[in-house]
Design a protein around this ligand. Structure first.
Ligand code: C2E
Ligand code: CA
Ligand code: CA
Length: 404
């Protein structure tokens, strides 16, 4: 199709900019301007007639595409927008959602490399009326757009909490727990953003980011002779994605780490949701050699029969049964039966949220294998783990010595 429209291209790579301009010209569009980042684009727009459409790359040095879009929305500049990125489809889709929330007319979100067909389809959606409505829209700022930006800018970090053998006090592994190091708001806990990331299709991106951070640390520890396993938390949403097992395996292989050193923690409710697909993904991961841990055990509805169909290697007793077990007989009874089930199914049992020695004693009596909680260690940055181990070695041995 041929379009009687003007376009402004914002893209940092000269080659890609030329490629985009050539495609636009081929579609009959007038290329009114080109900029290599958001700041330059905003400056240029002050001194020229507005284009009909802006074609914006998301990753750029200086002001990136997301910030530029936020500026355009803030200033209520009446242009339609097409975004492009080399990143994952889910990430691009979330930016599209952000644009819609801002009330900016979005013609398309394209994964690079740009093609004539993609651009033709996007420009075909141009509608002058939506531009007129733009000035009336209030500003909406969505948290998911902040998550997207944080992913691009690598603001997520991993903390690690040691998992300690109850019988010896020796570290067996660590669990990675994501944190958001926000430039203004400081350290943000996962409860404040995981659900939002899940709702907006960003959770796989987030998982992959944590996996990278965890694998970097794992390799570092292994190179220094600390052969521990590293656990990461998986969202139930990832399990229904059939490509997921392969993505994880490839990433782990790229760090030359054996999958047996990676434990994947999955909550019980997740497994019971989309049973067919989840089982397939879990089976595939287990076949590749990953450890599989059932997280928050006791909070869902898993029966012994359901559990035995899934190739788990570890069972994590939820904190709500552990905390105060020494004083509450009903909690002790639940723990006893859960640890019993773990033994029958040949699973390693891990108690979460162990905060005091009395509860630890109960766990020893019941034959639990691993303890994870504030009593033994709080989550900490990866670079602190080795020093922490050195200074806590004796304390851990004393804590975990067998009952008389
Ligand atoms: P979870 O997997 O059950 O992780 C254990 C949580 O309990 C962590 O909270 C940990 O800091 C906390 N904890 C550990 N020991 C104790 C204790 O002795 N007492 C108390 N009161 N708390 C303890 P955190 O780091 O805030 O994580 C919360 C949840 O967020 C996690 O629960 C997990 O479901 C989710 N999460 C964390 N990181 C990720 C991630 O990378 N991906 C996904 N999908 N979810 C994550
Ligand atoms: Ca967990
Ligand atoms: Ca848990």
């Amino acid at each position: 199709m041929q379009f009687d429209l003007s376009v402004f291209i914002v893209e940092d790579s000269l080659i890609q900019r030329m490629h985009a301009a050539a495609l636009c010209t081929e579609l009959g569009l007038r290329v009114m301007g080109e900029a290599s980042d958001g700041n330059e684009a905003l400056l240029m727009l002050q001194n020229m007639p507005l284009p009909d459409v802006m074609l914006i790359d998301l990753e750029m040095p200086g002001m990136d595409g997301i910030e530029l879009i936020q500026e355009l929305a803030h200033k209520a500049i009446p242009v339609s927008i097409i975004v492009s990125s080399a990143k994952e489809d889910a990430l691009i889709a979330s930016v599209e959602t952000m644009l819609q929330a801002y009330g900016l007319p979005v013609l398309g979100a394209i994964r690079k490399p740009l093609t004539l067909t993609q651009l033709d389809k996007a420009f075909g959606k141009f509608n002058p009326i939506s531009i007129d409505q733009l000035q009336k829209r209030p500003e909406v700022v969505m948290a998911s757009s902040e998550i997207t930006r944080a992913l691009i800018e690598h603001q997520f970090i991993a903390y690690f909490q040691p998992k300690i053998s109850i019988k010896t006090g020796v570290i067996k592994g660590v669990e990675s727990l994501i944190r958001w190091q926000h430039p203004e708001k400081g350290l943000i806990m996962p409860s404040q953003f995981i659900a939002i990331a899940e709702e907006h299709g960003l959770i796989n991106e987030l998982t992959m980011e944590v996996l990278d951070l965890a694998l970097q640390q794992c390799r570092h520890w292994h190179e220094r002779g600390l052969k521990i396993t590293v656990a990461i938390n998986l969202s139930m949403l990832s399990l229904s994605n059939s490509a997921f097992a392969e993505q994880i395996a490839q990433k782990v292989a790229s760090y030359s780490i054996d999958p047996s050193f990676i434990m994947l923690e999955i909550t019980e409710t997740a497994v019971m949701g989309d049973v067919g697909n989840a089982l397939g993904t879990l089976a595939r991961l287990r076949l590749k050699g990953f450890g599989l841990s059932i997280d928050d055990y006791g909070t869902g509805f898993s029966s012994m029969q359901q559990l035995s169909r899934i190739p788990f290697t570890e069972l994590k007793l939820d904190r709500s049964f552990v905390d105060g077990a020494h004083a509450k007989p009903h909690l002790r009874a639940i723990l006893a039966s859960a640890i019993e089930i773990a033994k029958k199914l040949d699973l390693r049992s891990v108690a979460e949220g162990v905060e005091n020695e009395d509860d630890l004693t109960v766990l020893k009596e019941l034959g639990c294998d691993i303890v994870q909680g504030y009593l033994t260690a709080k989550p900490m940055p990866g670079e602190d783990v080795v020093a922490w181990l050195k200074s806590n070695n004796q304390r851990l041995r004393d804590l975990c010595k067998p009952l008389p």
